[in-house]
Write a protein that binds this ligand. Sequence first.
Ligand SMILES: C[S@@+](CC[C@H](N)C(=O)[O-])C[C@H]1O[C@@H](n2cnc3c(N)ncnc32)[C@H](O)[C@@H]1O
Length: 238
Amino acid sequence: MIPLVYDQINRWSKDDEFFLALLKKLNIKKLADLGCGTGRLTSHFAKVGYHITAVDPNEEAIEYAKSKEYPSEVSWIVGDSSNLKSNAFDAVIMTANVAQVFLTDKSWQLAISDVYRALKPGGHFIFDTRNPLAKTWEQWEKDLTPDVAMDPISGEQLEIWTEYEGFVEDVYTFYETVKNARTNEVLIHEKMELKFRTQEEIDDSLQRAGFSQIQVYGDWEFKQATAKTNSFIFHSVK
Ligand SMILES: C[S@@+](CC[C@H](N)C(=O)[O-])C[C@H]1O[C@@H](n2cnc3c(N)ncnc32)[C@H](O)[C@@H]1O
């Protein structure tokens, strides 16, 4: 996650609409946005009146999020799932594949156990994650052109180049480099790692944490996921 360019290369989209629609349908009042990043969705949630706690270990991303609209409506926490209050939320969400940043089974299981603890009885846990069977990385690796963004301070054009290392053990690894397009100066170089878990693995882990009524939607439609969908959206209940 590179806060300087993240919002510019991750625009509001149907996945964000999906989360908003599902929360509305469930009549959620108190919400936690775990792995909120730059607060892309958080400020929308605050705008439409949710009582929201937003958590992320990336301090720079939280500072950026606070510079958006409605910052005082949100309880911001630089931290992780262990910082969530117990029995406090009607829903916890993790958007834009936060689930894939937990690289080990232990860290994943710990995080979802924290989410279970943080939810009120009957509370909802909603998150998306990419389907390993869809092999999305094969599409990524074909795209050899940089993303472009603008430096918000200097107004200069930036290029974001991605180098794909592929799977190292069972973790997909790539590097993002942000350059000044005019001078070619490297401003940021960051390693990114993603864990791809199967639908069955996630299902098992949710049950182990205590969740039930597990539903899996596919590709931002309120339809059951299939083996071919690119994204799974898991919805389970405490
Ligand atoms: C792809 S971004 C998604 C940000 C945001 N949810 C969105 O929709 O734009 C993944 C986020 O997960 C955060 N993250 C990394 N490790 C985490 C952890 N242990 N607990 C919670 N969030 C974490 C990163 O800092 C980053 O902001």
